[in-house]
Design a protein around this ligand. Structure first.
Ligand code: SF4
Length: 455
């Protein structure tokens, strides 16, 4: 196994910042609104990424710090912002996320919120502060750290025990979340699924515009998490300090099962077997049939997949799960790369054919692409300039996908979703093979002067 850690300057980072992850998490909580404490550009950058990925209007408020507040502190702006958000959006929850600027000048958002609450005793709005310095980590850690902070906020001291399973969902699409909920229904088990973006970031057409989209994980669901039977956290590589499931296990004794996203045969088998084991229920026939159909599809496609040599990149979880899907189907994961410091990624790949890259930027990935020459790129839109420059097909998956439509409907989890995604990979390889094969045959069989090579 050849592993590299790249810690130098970043050129075209293969990651996004912590408040981006925090915003993704809050968008899956019912009746919530985000207020970003920092300069206006942070909110604009994050809104732009989310709006083009999900094709939904995305509102994020900002305390709009400028030079004056950078020197004298932004307390007044944040309090004013909270007041405006309550007046304009009437949310049940306001998630206050910090940014690079707020953290650098040492803003204590918890104190500012307490001062606000003392002056305005509002009981109908919960204001949840989350520290997410843009430079602190990546959007991957920001996402889980925010979910953990939300659960910590609502956790009750002596929880009522219940039979539910907490699912800490990870950075999946609305279609993936709908699939997880369907699996829960097939098992006839109640999931506390967080964050539930199935409706909030993939809404239906409505005559009337609603400032806060319908849907999301409810406060009651979050409160019942500390009394749940178990937690399944779809974040195998996450450090404990960011892990919501670890908090629930350490503080409330809720048994934690950490695993990869249910992508590919192995990933999905682990997920399904864990639910069956926790609940004592047998695996639903419908899921068994879907598994058999997937196995059949894998047999159909395996003879074409050996041609594949892929670069797989993105956040650590999606990168890991898709790499495993590729490996189990005969596609060589030539380069496995993430911008996060996910050293655990190295532990899980033990192949002499794979280069695993942690904390890496796209410039470095690009230089390895030139050297190792993969014939397939699998990852988000941020790597598309490699596709442009090297003319290697790019299969878009993960976040953000802002140069194609339909990212919110992309299904990669479950047996059916994994098979559909594998078909997309195999068909791309088949296209590569068919495209230009006449020219390749000609080059192989005829010499340059036009005569037959083997005459
Ligand atoms: S990296 Fe910092 S400055 Fe840039 S958008 Fe994120 S929080 Fe804002």
């Amino acid at each position: 196994m050849k592993n590299k850690n790249y810690t130098n300057m970043n050129v075209n980072p293969c990651k996004m910042c912590m408040p981006m992850g925090g915003s993704l998490a809050f968008k899956g909580i019912e009746n919530s609104m985000i207020l970003m404490h920092g300069s206006q550009g942070c909110a604009t950058y994050i809104r732009r990424h989310m709006a083009t990925h999900y094709n939904e209007p995305v509102d994020i408020a900002s305390s709009s710090l400028s030079e004056n507040q950078t020197v004298h502190g932004g307390s007044k702006n944040l309090k004013h912002g909270i007041k405006n958000v309550i007046k304009l959006y009437n949310p049940k929850i306001i998630g206050v996320l910090t940014t690079c600027l707020a953290e650098t000048i040492g803003e204590d958002i918890k104190r500012i919120i307490d001062e606000f609450k003392n002056k305005h005793p509002i009981t109908e709005v919960d204001i949840i502060p989350v520290s997410t310095p843009g430079y602190g980590a990546t959007h991957y850690e920001g996402f889980f750290h925010t979910i953990r902070s939300i659960i910590e906020y609502y956790a009750v001291d002596i929880p009522e025990k219940n039979e539910k399973i907490n699912i800490i969902a990870g950075d999946l699409t609305p279609a993936d979340i709908r699939e997880l909920k369907r699996i829960g229904k097939l098992f006839d088990v109640d999931f506390n699924l967080i964050p539930d973006i199935s409706d909030t970031l993939d809404g239906s057409f409505q005559e009337d515009y609603s400032k806060i989209p319908k849907g999301g994980t409810t406060i009651d669901q979050i409160k019942s998490m500390s009394g749940a039977k178990a937690t399944i956290e779809l974040a195998l590589l996450l450090e404990d300090k960011y892990s919501p499931g670890m908090f629930l296990e350490e503080k409330y004794g809720v048994k934690l099962y950490k695993m990869a996203m249910p992508i590919g045969l192995q990933g999905m088998d682990e997920f399904v077997k864990t639910i069956a084991m926790i609940t004592g229920k047998s695996i639903p026939e419908e899921l068994k049939a879907e598994r058999e159909r997937m196995l059949d599809g894998m047999i159909d496609s395996h003879k074409y997949n050996a041609e594949g040599k892929a670069l797989i990149y993105g956040n650590p979880e999606i990168t890991y799960s898709i790499t495993r899907l590729c490996s189990e189907n005969g596609i060589t994961p030539l380069i496995v790369a993430t911008g996060a410091r996910a050293k655990a990624l190295n532990r899980y790949f033990n192949s002499a054919d794979s280069l695993v890259m942690n904390d890496v930027d796209f410039e470095t990935i690009h230089s390895e692409v030139k050297r190792l020459k993969p014939n397939l790129l699998i990852g988000n839109s941020d790597g598309k300039f490699i596709w442009e420059k090297e003319n290697i097909p790019l299969i878009r998956v993960g976040f953000p996908v802002h140069d194609h439509i339909g990212a919110q409907r992309k299904l990669v989890v479950g047996y059916t979703g994994s098979m559909g995604f594998l078909d997309e990979i195999t068909n791309t390889l088949l296209d590569l093979k068919h495209k230009g094969y006449r020219q390749r045959l000609y080059d192989e069989l005829y010499d340059k002067s036009g005569g037959e090579k083997y005459a």
